[in-house]
Design a protein around this ligand. Structure first.
Ligand code: CA
Ligand code: CA
Ligand code: CA
Ligand code: CA
Length: 271
């Protein structure tokens, strides 16, 4: 091969590498597991359109390369597709992380998942722990009612982003309104820096508190750590070299104390 031809081949290889860049998601990596094209809220009959699967549209997906230098909880594990490779199938729900499974990092609140019972889908706790983040429109307080274990072993500062589907429409973005016109944005933590070398509960870094949305019930949430900030407005999709995404179903309290709920149920039996 003469020098000129070698140069041309080099250019061609570089161009091919550029063209091939979006295909990075064909490789093993870290993905989300919030439902896409599947039932997200059984009691409401709402199908999830969260950006999780590469091969389910119209929603996009989120992907992290198989490095795991930045992660939530004890570790990452890698798959070829969303929902731990089960896309487009739900159930199983939360096939990647649920809670206390040696992967998941959520410290509080307790997480829930969805399981088939006969012909129905039923929301059930991930573990024996049950409980809500707080009442609708109450403050979300890092270290008070929400926290996640995070580690950044990357050679750069990382960023964490967190989404909650407050209006239960099966997608992330925009905002809901609480009484008095108080906005409750779904993107509750925006490009929050996690210094190189940090390992601990995210609350130690003082992330800003937020407003819990106005809908009581179950809410899909996404926690993402990455080497680069997300583009705004963010719908939960993206492609990153490093980091991890963990999705959780959490409970927003309707404000009815459990003893009242029990008493109402008891009275109902005698009517
Ligand atoms: Ca994941
Ligand atoms: Ca994984
Ligand atoms: Ca993890
Ligand atoms: Ca939403």
């Amino acid at each position: 091969m003469n020098l000129c031809k070698g140069f041309r081949v080099g250019i061609m290889v570089a161009l091919l590498a550029l063209v091939a860049a979006p295909a990075i998601a064909q490789d093993e990596g870290e993905w989300g597991d919030a439902p896409e094209g599947a039932m997200a809220y059984p009691s409401l009959g709402i199908i999830g359109n969260f950006p999780t699967c590469q091969n389910v549209g119209p929603a996009n997906f989120i992907y992290h390369g198989a490095l795991c230098w930045a992660f939530f909880g004890p570790s990452c594990d890698f798959e070829m597709e969303g929902n731990a490779g089960n896309c487009p199938a739900w159930p199983p729900y939360d096939a990647d992380e649920c809670f206390a499974d040696m992967d998941a990092g959520l410290i509080m609140p307790p997480a829930y998942t969805i399981v088939p019972v006969g012909a129905s889908l039923v929301v059930t706790p991930c573990t024996a722990a049950t409980g809500f983040i707080d009442q609708f429109c109450a403050p979300g307080i890092w270290g008070g009612n929400i926290d996640i274990q995070v580690t950044n072993n990357m050679p750069v500062d990382g960023v964490v982003n967190v989404l909650f589907d407050w209006d239960q429409n099966g997608a992330w973005g925009g905002q809901s309104q609480c009484p008095g016109g108080v906005p409750a944005p779904e993107h509750v933590l925006v490009n929050f820096a996690v210094p190189m070398g940090f390992a601990g509960p995210l609350s130690l870094l003082g992330p800003p508190n937020f407003v819990i949305g106005p809908n009581p019930g179950y809410i899909w949430a996404r926690f993402t750590i990455s080497e680069l900030p997300v583009q705004l407005p963010w719908d939960g999709s993206g492609g990153f070299e490093d980091g991890e995404t963990e999705d959780y179903l959490i409970w927003v309290w309707d404000g009815v104390a459990s003893q009242d709920r029990t008493w109402t149920a008891i009275k109902g039996l005698y009517r």
